[in-house]
Ligand binder design. Structure first.
Ligand code: AMP
Ligand code: ZN
Length: 471
């Protein structure tokens, strides 16, 4: 079966056909970095990382770009409070965010661009929009996008432009009288005292929020991409404005599929910094292994609202541990198994187990229904618990374990704890070897190389760094 994606643009589930066979260009709007991320921000990270992992499992090469918004009113406000440069704040929280991502087993993006490093591209795109008549400069140097010049405005959020616009002056908030139309939005705005700014042909200032994603997506993925994603609060105005900017500037369809996750709620209200009803990922990590948070997020379909509660986290803990315990047990039995081969009956059972793998795939192919996919893993766990015996053969036990680990791995869930420990140990040794080499202690470096080899790990020094090969 082919993969289906619910496309916000068409409001339909559509078959996923990449622009270029075998390759996927995917852009996910990232966080504004002025604080530790909360678990609402973690939802798109986990969900779209799982989409990426499933696509990679299916053999697609995914170019995954996710930005950090590192220039913004909230960052500047915090910098002023602390009496430091804005970059001190953004750098601090980017580093913290990356730690949280690693702890949730969210893979680093292929590229994590920063808004402040892409100002040149923004100036270029804004100039193109002005040249094409899609943008204009006001007396104070603010550049606005001329929304009415983009005929298809509203196509993503399914809003009627006339209802939205109406040239309604009452929609204009103070200071915005210079707009031609209430729906026009800022591309570039003049600096304020004490704020970071860049020179531009229009005024010293800084970009509006929406332009960064249009520019980064174009630079790292090209004018046309396969998937653009984010939380559903981004549909309007952020993504609608991104479409207007990109399509007006490039003359091409910006993204083929638009994916949006529903909110993570608390007491049925969106978890957000502004409402103050949030838990940071760090808060949760004090009580739970973040694998459990990941499991919790994936236990619902990404387009369904998910209400955070202590009970659901406990249920996620039990669910996750059920898989880990099964894998542990299979490993224990494998170590004790007497015979290597597999009986005919075991071969038939392993074949039957393939049915659960097919169920998992079917759920994921249906717009990444992770809730049903996890249910398929549970069925496989139950099957393994019933059929793995003390007198089972090694290959059979190993086969069952491999299937459970493979499916969990697609969800980004680490269920083979020992393997994780081994990896940490290996990483520590690799690090120590690098340090030994730096200190010209080649004897110790060679010793570590041999130690790793004994663990089945060969190291190859390449120009890009150390490559690990399992032997
Ligand atoms: P922000 O830093 O607010 O721009 O958010 C970064 C990402 O997190 C965006 O994709 C938001 O849509 C998403 N997001 C923020 N709050 C929530 C929430 N409560 N539930 C789900 N997604 C959220
Ligand atoms: Zn964006």
């Amino acid at each position: 079966m082919s993969m289906k994606i619910y496309n916000t643009l068409t409001r339909k589930k559509e078959e996923f056909v990449p622009l270029e066979p075998g390759k996927v260009k995917m852009y996910v709007c990232g966080p504004t970095v002025y604080n530790l991320i909360h678990i609402g921000n973690a939802r798109p990270m986990i969900v779209f990382d799982t989409v990426r992992r499933y696509m990679e499992h299916k053999g697609l090469e995914v170019n995954y770009v996710s930005n950090f918004t590192d220039v913004d009113d909230k960052i500047i406000k915090k910098a002023i409070e602390e009496g430091v440069e804005a970059s001190v704040i953004s750098e601090r929280y980017i580093a913290e965010c990356k730690k949280d991502m690693a702890a949730m087993n969210v893979k680093p993006a292929t590229t994590h661009p920063l808004a402040t490093e892409e100002i040149c591209g923004m100036l270029e795109m804004i100039q193109t929009l002005i040249d094409k008549g899609h943008a204009y400069t006001a007396a104070d140097g603010t550049v606005y996008f001329r929304t009415r010049s983009f005929q298809e405005y509203g196509k993503l959020s399914h809003k009627n432009l006339d209802d939205l616009r109406g040239g309604n002056r009452s929609l204009l908030v103070s200071g915005e009288e210079q707009k031609e139309d209430a729906l026009d939005f800022v591309l570039w705005k003049p600096k304020k005292e004490g704020e970071p700014y860049w020179e531009s042909p229009w005024c010293d200032g800084r970009p509006g929020w929406h332009i960064e994603c249009s520019v980064m997506s174009k630079k790292y993925l090209g004018d046309e991409i396969d998937i653009h994603a984010g939380g559903e609060d981004l549909v309007f105005p952020h993504h609608e404005n991104e479409i207007a900017q990109s399509e007006a500037a490039n003359g091409k369809t910006f993204a083929k599929y638009w994916m949006h996750n529903a909110f993570l709620n608390i007491d049925n209200k969106k978890m957000s910094k502004s409402l103050g009803n949030f838990f940071t990922v760090r808060d949760i990590s004090e009580k739970y292994d973040l694998q459990i948070l990941r499991f919790f997020m994936l236990s619902a379909h990404y387009r369904s609202p998910l209400n955070f509660s202590a009970e659901l986290m406990e249920a996620a803990k039990n669910g996750y541990e059920r898989i880990v315990t099964c894998v542990d047990n299979l490993k224990f039995l494998t170590e004790k198994a007497k015979s290597e081969g597999m009986s005919g009956a075991e071969e038939a059972l392993l074949q039957e187990a393939e049915g659960f793998v097919a169920k998992f795939d079917e759920a994921m192919d249906d717009d990444f229904n992770t809730a049903d996919a996890i249910a398929a893993i549970f069925e496989l766990v139950k099957f393994a618990n019933t059929n793995a015996k003390e007198d089972s053969n090694k290959a059979f036990l190993q086969g069952l374990k491999d299937k459970i680990v493979m499916l969990s791995d697609i969800c980004g869930l680490i269920v083979d704890k020992q393997e994780e420990l081994l990896d940490e140990e290996i990483e520590r040794l690799i690090q120590e070897r690098q340090e030994a080499k730096k200190a010209k202690n080649f004897a110790r470096a060679d010793e570590i190389r041999d130690e790793l080899l004994a663990k089945g790990i060969a190291l190859k020094d390449t120009r890009e760094g150390v490559k690990i090969v399992r032997v």
